[in-house]
Design a protein around this ligand. Structure first.
Ligand code: SAH
Length: 254
């Protein structure tokens, strides 16, 4: 299997050649220091991985020749949205990186009553771009067929409006909550689930009530209190176990 993979837009594929530009080209040339005749995998975001050999390394593009194509069948059967509250430091980055490896399809970043971090317009745009880059790189490393979407930053109310019609859990560590597993068991026709994860200080009563108004159920993961960046990953793992993890590898030659 190739060591390095890159998502490349379809329009950069022509006649058995892939023209790699921008950040991907910079990675190949200056970060990884790959050379002509080195092998890479190119992902098209539509479920194919092209096994390529580098041919030419120009200043603003790297040319790779396609040798064979394989279908990438690694996406889970369930579409999982993680609604992650803004949190301090690198926590959101960690959730996006590891959540992508495990199989999250979409991250929606929200600010909540107890989110300590506030981002203004410019910084917010920069942060969202950084999160999208992290999702792309994690998806390449994990050999995902698709890059997860990263959207935000929106209010919890806006996020809930966008999720209407999706089976949604509010992760809430209270012993009165049902467990995520029991909540999943009560419905066997799930193809999309959203989980809402609170910030370091948890959700306020107002937010719990708001989520319930929108039809989200408060669920608990375990009796112990997890950090915000741990909670999303545990929830996603539990959902995947309940739905059945999928991911096989198939190869077909051109
Ligand atoms: N101090 C808060 C804990 C916040 S933990 C409190 O006591 O409520 C941060 C977030 O992680 C929580 O808002 C929740 O969404 C999630 N979380 C942590 N542990 C959890 C558990 N055992 N079950 C469900 N959600 C949990």
């Amino acid at each position: 299997m190739v060591k390095h993979r890159f998502f490349v837009p379809r329009e950069q594929f022509t006649d058995g050649i892939v023209r790699i530009v921008g950040e991907n080209a910079r990675q190949i040339r200056t970060v990884l220091r790959l050379r002509p005749s080195d092998e890479i995998g190119v992902l098209d975001g539509a479920g194919n991985e092209y096994h390529c050999v580098l041919e030419a390394m120009r200043k603003d593009e790297v040319v790779a020749r396609i040798h064979h194509v394989m279908s990438v069948d690694t996406e889970p059967d369930v579409h999982i949205t993680v609604v992650q509250s803004l949190a301090k430091g690198e926590k959101v980055e960690q959730v996006i990186q590891h959540g992508t490896e495990i199989g999250v399809s979409r991250f929606l970043i929200v600010h909540t009553d107890r989110s300590v971090v506030r981002l203004d317009g410019e910084r917010e745009r920069g942060r969202v771009q950084r999160w999208q880059r992290i999702a792309k790189e994690a998806a390449e490393q994990a050999r995902r067929a698709k890059i997860p979407e990263v959207n935000g930053v929106v209010s919890l109310g806006e996020a809930l409006q966008g999720l209407e019609g999706t089976k949604t859990a509010l992760l809430h560590p209270a012993h009165t909550s049902v467990s995520l597993v029991e909540w999943m068991e009560s419905d066997d026709t799930i193809n999309g689930v959203a989980v809402i994860v609170g910030p370091e200080g948890g959700f306020t009563e107002r937010e719990v009530a708001l989520c319930e108004q929108f039809g989200a159920s408060a669920v608990s993961l375990m009796p112990r209190i997890l950090r915000t960046e741990t909670a999303a990953l545990v929830a996603v793992s539990q959902i995947l176990l309940m739905v059945g993890v999928r991911g096989t590898r198939q190869g077909t030659s051109l």
